[in-house]
Design a protein around this ligand. Structure first.
Ligand code: ZN
Length: 433
């Protein structure tokens, strides 16, 4: 389905007129209404530590530089959201590059710092990534991932709402969150950060869910990502900041109640951490029979975990499940263990599996199978969750780096696009202006 087709059928001009009431509540002919919504975002960001990341189209920045600069002056992260709000999946690499370079020029002209990119409508093609690669963005966040948290509401929702939801899913084409761990991914030149669905737009405009239900849905995703130790990039558009303010605050407050903690970070902080973490390594040496010394090459933010080993001189604290966290000193660890507390691999272990395991923070060592509790030989095709289950289910001795910094268990990030500030912008957007 093309975007134009989608817009005309699903939220086309006729539909928009019918929704005029809703639109008038969010926008007016001047940017005053949206400015007060963005102020509400700044307030939440400052009072509740939301760490907002707001991608904005360059044309909006060009029209209202002062409003966007105010966000930056209040420590809100801004990112490039294309030059105009169009479907970049339809354009060639050359055309996309032209748009993005134009957008960057406008960001620079108005002194707006940016490290990341999100495609309008989260629509992209492989050329989008090639263009992003060339322009040296630190992060890209346009791939969507769908959490299975709405099916239980299907029976209580009007059929037309469910159909509208399914239609918008086709446009987003999300990855199923139950198929892969939902985490940032290092591409050649940038870090890809997935966006979680359902977002505010799906739950308000498509499904017409009550604020209470939206809160339940987001808290459920937060809980799942916490248990899985993954990333929840919650998407809320600024036009719904006031409508969903209480809910967002509740989700963040809920997030602060977990122990170990959830890392609340903006998208640049996540991308920088993911790069930092990718450079960590460790060496293990058997000092004498069953006594090991591990030397870590990592930053002070690394979360070092151990399981079923006896630390000799290190300070440790309980962490999550059977893991304990090494507190200090964390660049060296001396332990007693029945087996070598790292993952053993055979000489024929595939590079893909090695990359996956190292990306997950495991320490790998080539050696004899009998020395290790966990050992992988040649596996060509593997399911990431199955491998993780195999490693994590037992309580065999293990030392590893965790995914998130400073002892946190999972990560929450709140982001939302600034697409229009007035009703006129909203209608111009439909025509790609
Ligand atoms: Zn957008």
């Amino acid at each position: 389905m093309s975007l134009a087709h989608f817009l005309l059928n699903s939220r086309g001009i006729v539909n928009l007129t019918l929704r005029a009431n809703t639109l008038l509540k969010r926008f007016s002919f001047t940017p005053a209404k949206m400015e007060s919504l963005l102020d509400c975002g700044i307030k939440m960001h400052q009072e509740f530590g939301l760490k907002l990341s707001l991608p904005v189209t360059a044309i909006i920045l060009e029209r209202y530089p002062k409003i966007i600069q105010k966000l930056q002056n209040n420590d809100v992260e801004l990112a490039v959201h294309g030059y105009v709000h169009i479907d970049y999946a339809k354009l060639s690499k050359e055309k996309q590059l032209k748009h993005f370079i134009r957008a960057i020029k406008i960001f620079k002209k108005y002194g707006i710092k940016f490290h990341g990119f999100r495609a309008p409508y989260t629509r992209w093609n492989k050329d989008t990534f090639l263009a992003i690669q060339e322009l040296a963005f630190l992060w890209e966040s346009s791939k969507t991932v769908l959490w299975d948290v709405l099916n239980k509401y299907k029976s209580i929702l009007p059929e037309k709402n469910w159909k509208a939801y399914k239609k918008v899913l086709k446009l987003y084409n999300p990855i199923d969150a139950s198929a892969h761990p939902v985490l940032p991914e290092i591409k050649e030149n940038f870090v890809e950060i997935p966006v979680s669905l359902p977002d505010d737009e799906i739950m308000t405009d498509r499904l017409n869910l009550s604020p209470e239900t939206i809160q339940k849905v987001w808290k459920e995703i937060l809980k799942i990502t916490y248990e899985r130790g993954e990333l929840f990039t919650l998407q809320i558009h600024p036009e719904r900041f006031k409508l969903l303010k209480k809910i967002i605050i509740e989700v963040v407050k809920d997030g602060k109640n977990y122990t170990p903690k959830i890392w609340i970070a903006n998208l640049s902080e996540i991308a920088k951490w993911w790069r930092e973490k990718s450079k960590f390594s460790a060496k293990i040496r058997e000092v004498d029979n069953g006594n090991y010394k591990i030397v870590f090459n990592c930053s002070h933010r690394a979360t070092i975990l151990c399981r079923n080993v006896l630390p000799l001189q290190n300070q440790i604290e309980p962490w999550y499940n059977s893991y304990q966290r090494v507190i200090a000193p964390s660049n060296e660890l001396q332990i007693q263990s029945k087996l070598r507390p790292v993952i053993g691999i055979g000489s024929n272990c595939s590079q893909t599996l090695k990359n996956f395991l190292e990306g997950e923070g495991y320490i790998l060592e080539q050696g004899k199978k009998e020395n290790y509790g966990i050992y992988f030989e040649d596996i060509k095709d593997f399911n990431e969750f199955e491998i993780l289950k195999q490693i994590e289910k037992g309580d065999l001795p293990l030392i590893r780096f965790w995914r998130w910094p400073d002892g946190t268990r999972s990560c929450l990030s709140i982001a939302g696009d600034i697409d229009s500030l007035t009703l006129i912008d909203f209608f111009m957007r439909i025509f790609g202006k």
